[in-house]
Ligand binder design. Structure first.
Ligand code: SF4
Length: 383
């Protein structure tokens, strides 16, 4: 899969451990006590060795980006990023353009942990704030309090972490009494370089999904979700953040580079349970269950669950979807046929898109309908 590509320059590592499972979460998570670092490092290291020996994987002498996501990477403790540096090779990490992101939960990001991560070379911390309203945090099953988020921001800044991104969740039920505008403004007040705004989704196979199915919980209405997204987008834009991707807002020069690689279709390696890798046009993904993944790796058998070779139609749909996610949009010259043009003109008429410099670009209202619009455009192109 890797042999026909240049050495891989972007690596994702999945750290699946969490202190408990939040009721809305359907990620590849393993509830654990916080002592899993040695086992995780051993399994990831074994997977890396297997990929090198069996798939011809080569890592670039200088990596562009590393992203440690989860789960909760900060649950692995202060030394986790030193272990990651040793796994990947310290000489590959660093340089003025190098970006190393690690996700953290506010309750874990102590001055000690932030200091160790900064020393290891982490340049960017993605902090799972989600809300600054205590009843909402409790409803979400999160362990931290609003003051922990503030403390974590301070710890990251003091440690010299170059970039800080805060995650914020919209679309919670109205009866929690959340004051949305105040929360968004308070997040801005924390001075992050980047804000990621995600809508709460009710996945059927979760505690929340089952509560909604049985009528014990009512999800936020679509109107409420839309209104919160648009209001946050407006506040963040007015506060100097560039809304450069459907969920992403950044100060000048602070856009996330690892995620940009996904959107631009560049190859990336994913290590860990549930992790995906892409070596165009092949995508592969690992077993989701941590124990099954670990056992395979330690038995020196591939933990891959499946792979697919994307055909031209699938690549085209993905390219449109990824382009429309960004503020640079999709080049009109790629439109095939008058039907596609008509579809896009219809979006512009309805205020869902703008035509700027030969590109069609969704507005925040358009981004709320991203999937539907992408499919409509793909069908118009194919028809
Ligand atoms: S902390 Fe994040 S990854 Fe872990 S269970 Fe909660 S939502 Fe899922």
């Amino acid at each position: 899969m890797w042999t026909e590509h240049d050495p891989v320059a972007s690596v994702y590592l999945h750290a699946p451990f969490c202190a408990r499972r939040c009721p809305y979460c359907d990620y590849a998570v393993s509830v654990a006590g916080g002592h899993e670092l040695p086992a995780w490092v051993e399994a990831i290291g074994a997977e890396l060795d297997l990929l090198r020996s069996e798939e011809g994987l080569r890592l670039s002498e200088r990596l562009d980006t590393v992203y440690v996501g989860g789960g909760t990477p900060s649950h692995l403790g202060p030394t986790a990023m030193d272990a990651v540096a040793d796994l990947l090779g310290r000489g590959r990490l660093g340089g003025p353009e190098f970006e190393w992101t690690a996700e953290a939960n506010p309750e874990d990001l102590t001055p000690e942990l932030a200091g160790r991560w900064a020393q290891a070379g982490v340049t960017r911390v993605s902090l799972g704030v989600q809300s600054l309203h205590l009843p909402s945090l409790r409803w979400l099953g999160r362990r931290h309090e609003p003051r922990d988020a503030r403390g974590a921001v301070e710890a990251a800044r003091r440690a010299g972490i170059r970039e800080l991104t805060l995650d914020l969740l919209f679309g919670l039920p109205g009866d929690l009494g959340r004051r949305w505008r105040d929360e968004v403004e308070a997040v801005v007040g924390l001075g992050p370089d980047h804000v990621s705004l995600y809508g709460l989704t009710v996945e059927p196979d979760t505690e929340l999904g089952r509560a909604v199915a049985s009528g014990r919980e009512a999800p936020a209405s679509e109107d409420r979700r839309d209104a919160e997204y648009l209001e946050a987008a407006e506040i963040l834009s007015e506060s100097g953040y560039l809304h450069y991707e459907v969920s992403s807002f950044a100060r000048e020069g602070r856009r996330a580079r690892h995620e940009a690689g996904y959107r631009e279709g560049r190859p990336y390696l994913g290590l860990g349970n549930g992790a995906h890798s892409f070596a165009p046009p092949v995508r592969r993904w690992n077993l989701t269950d941590w124990a099954a993944y670990r056992d395979r790796c330690l038995a020196q058998r591939s933990p891959e669950e499946a792979r697919e070779r994307l055909d031209a139609a699938a690549l085209r749909l993905e390219r449109i979807w990824l382009a429309l996610r960004t503020r640079w949009g999709w080049a009109l010259e790629e439109a095939r046929g008058s039907r596609a043009r008509e579809v896009m003109e219809g979006w512009v008429d309805r205020g869902l898109a703008l035509e700027v410099g030969g590109r069609i670009r969704l507005t925040p209202r358009g981004w709320l309908r991203l999937d539907e619009l992408t499919v409509a455009l793909d069908e118009a192109q194919a028809g």
